[in-house]
Write a protein that binds this ligand. Structure first.
Ligand SMILES: Nc1ncnc2c1ncn2[C@@H]1O[C@H](COP(=O)(O)OP(=O)(O)OP(=O)(O)O)[C@@H](O)[C@H]1O
Length: 292
């Protein structure tokens, strides 16, 4: 488990990471979201030891993290790290060897990864000859080549089309299912789909964190009511409800006094009902609320 404890980073007069604490647990895909400049990259760099914190510490399995611990991590930095004009198979073998793998094991591991990433026939191509999506796959492969103990990926999905994203997600699920995995992203729909846990950063501070489910259920007590045929607008006159939206036979309501059982009884008595269902707000809405 990676634990970040009261981490801060100051540049001159500006605190760009401000007393940030969170954990990334094994087997939990943890999304790190926040607007441009929120401090995600700076935090990830401090986790990786590329940048020294102004205050706070990083722990690995509850002990202060060492250089050796960090070497075992897989890291995909924002600036990426591969050589554009060198063949990808050779580069990946080189990284594996740098991590202390034997030549035979490095070859075996690289062949295996290229196969999984559908790049086996491109091993001798230079990075620049590949499409952006394939280059990104090679970057991820590089972070996985030494069978890492944890993964820190800075915007691994940026610039990818939805199909490429899906492939990448499958690959990570296969290769990194048991690892602590922290990845930053601006794509909230993707984060919602992919993550178990979430950390929301705003202006250098953690403004929300927890499991995606917890964060979504933290929203207001909201329900969707759908009638078989009658117009749902009459709900506006019911006390104890705040009607947020009406679309023909469907209404979205916040409970303000009534409980869910009372709501159900009340609507069923009045008109044929198709459904009364809890409506969890999408992550994008929660994000807007906590970062505003
Ligand atoms: N070397 C530096 N000197 C001064 N300020 C810096 C330095 N590096 C980063 N910053 C500032 O720190 C803040 C946080 O930047 P950071 O790159 O960590 O944000 P981010 O959340 O990763 O943003 P993005 O999503 O745009 O990558 C920004 O305001 C940035 O300008």
């Amino acid at each position: 488990m990676i634990t970040v404890n009261h981490l801060s980073r100051v540049y001159g007069e500006t605190t760009v990471v401000d007393d940030v604490s969170f954990s990334v647990r094994p087997g939990r895909t943890t999304g790190f979201v926040g607007a441009n400049g929120a401090g995600k990259t700076t935090t990830m760099r401090m986790i990786m030891g590329v940048l020294a914190p102004s205050a706070g510490e990083v722990l690995w399995n509850d002990a202060p993290i060492t250089a050796q611990d960090r070497r075992a991590f897989g890291y995909m930095p924002e600036e990426r790290g591969l050589y554009p004009r060198s063949p990808i198979g050779e580069q990946l073998r080189y990284f594996a060897r740098l991590h202390g793998m034997s030549a035979a094991r490095a070859t075996e591991r690289v062949d295996e990864l290229l196969e999984h990433f559908s790049l086996a026939d491109r091993a001798d191509d230079i990075l620049d000859a590949l499409s952006l999506g394939n280059q990104q796959r090679v970057q991820i492969a590089a972070s996985l080549v030494h069978e890492p103990s944890a993964l820190i990926l800075d915007e691994p999905f940026s610039g990818l089309d939805p199909v490429a994203v899906d492939t990448m997600v499958d690959l990570l699920a296969r290769e990194a299912a048991d690892l602590p995995l922290l990845f930053s992203s601006h794509q909230l729909d993707l984060v919602e789909r992919l993550c178990d846990d979430l950390i929301v950063l705003s202006a250098g501070r953690v403004v929300a964190s927890g499991s995606v489910e917890e964060l979504r259920s933290r929203g207001a007590d909201r329900y969707r009511v759908e009638f078989a045929s009658s117009d749902a607008a009459w709900l506006r006159d019911v006390r104890g409800l705040d009607v947020l939206d009406v679309d023909g036979t469907t209404a979205l309501v916040d409970l303000e006094g009534l409980d869910a059982t009372e709501l159900t009884r009340l609507v069923v008595e009045r008109a044929p009902v198709v459904e009364v269902a809890r409506a969890r707000p999408p992550l994008s809405e929660i994000f807007r609320e906590v970062t505003r």
